[in-house]
Design a protein around this ligand. Structure first.
Ligand SMILES: C[S@@+](CC[C@H](N)C(=O)[O-])C[C@H]1O[C@@H](n2cnc3c(N)ncnc32)[C@H](O)[C@@H]1O
Length: 249
């Protein structure tokens, strides 16, 4: 069902209204479907308990939050680090593997020219395809193919890997990257990082750049109660970056 409206409470809590055929229930009370239908972005609606909720039209970040989840997705803090480290933009072409839920592929597609994403499992391929469709992204091609067998694309600006054995795709990434292009591998564990960086060091066309872990600490800021939130996101994954520095193997 289509995401129609976003409701925001005074404390910043978001409610996602899918379809407008029924009243919408929140922890602050119920909003009538007729009020929801009439409300435009920037208006506010009242619940039956008198609480005011602000109405927004869904933007990309809202639609993205509601995508279907299959395997674990790359968190936004790590996607942001990939974008910042590689400088990809509206002219960039990206190859991504494995697609999983297509989260990383879709987020990148929202800022680059084209994304080609590879997924070996038919069930996850279907989820990624559905998410691409629901986000209305016309520049993502999801391929039900084995990334370890190589990529079809050439001269791409970035290859992103979120695979159990990313070292097996290092040669394929070097084949399809532009000189100057980046390889970014996301892995939850240190043995994966060790084997990936080792494979990069043996690939003469690539130069290892850095491995980082992004730690995000959210704070609550409420009058004089300004402190880190008690519940924090723990470890997600490590990001290892490499760059193509030469054409010759
Ligand atoms: C952790 S998920 C990727 C999540 C994705 N980055 C996202 O943000 O939604 C890893 C995916 O890689 C896929 N995969 C594993 N081996 C693969 C291969 N050889 N070729 C393509 N996909 C593969 C798995 O089926 C799984 O869906």
């Amino acid at each position: 069902m289509k995401l129609e409206k976003v409701l925001v409470s005074g404390s910043g809590k978001l409610f996602y209204v899918k379809g407008l055929d029924a009243d919408y229930h929140t922890q602050f009370g119920m909003v009538k479907k007729d009020d929801l239908r009439k409300a435009a972005s920037g208006d506010s609606v009242k619940t039956n308990t008198g609480k005011e909720l602000f109405v927004l039209s869904p933007g990309f970040s809202d639609l993205y939050r509601k995508i279907r989840r299959g395997p674990q997705i790359v968190p936004l803090k790590d996607i942001a680090a990939i974008i910042a480290a590689t400088g990809i933009g509206r002219e960039s072409v990206v190859v991504d593997a494995g697609s999983g839920s297509g989260a990383l592929a879709c987020f990148l597609a929202n800022i680059v020219k084209e994304v080609y994403t590879y997924e070996i499992r038919p069930d996850f391929f279907a989820i990624a395809l559905q998410n691409v469709k629901e986000l209305g992204l016309g520049n993502v091609k999801v391929k039900n193919k084995d990334a370890y067998a190589g990529f079809d694309e050439k001269n791409v600006d970035l290859v992103t890997l979120d695979l159990a054995e990313p070292w097996k795709a290092v040669g394929a990434a070097a084949d399809c990257l532009n000189v100057g292009g980046f390889l970014a591998s996301y892995s939850p564990t240190t043995p994966q990082v060790t084997d990936f960086v080792s494979a990069v060091s043996k690939e003469p066309r690539l130069m290892s750049l850095k491995t980082i872990e992004i730690i995000e600490r959210e704070w609550e800021a409420n009058d004089r109660k300004v402190r880190p939130k008690s519940a924090a996101i723990g470890h997600s994954g490590f990001l290892s970056f490499a760059r193509k520095i030469s054409k010759s193997e």
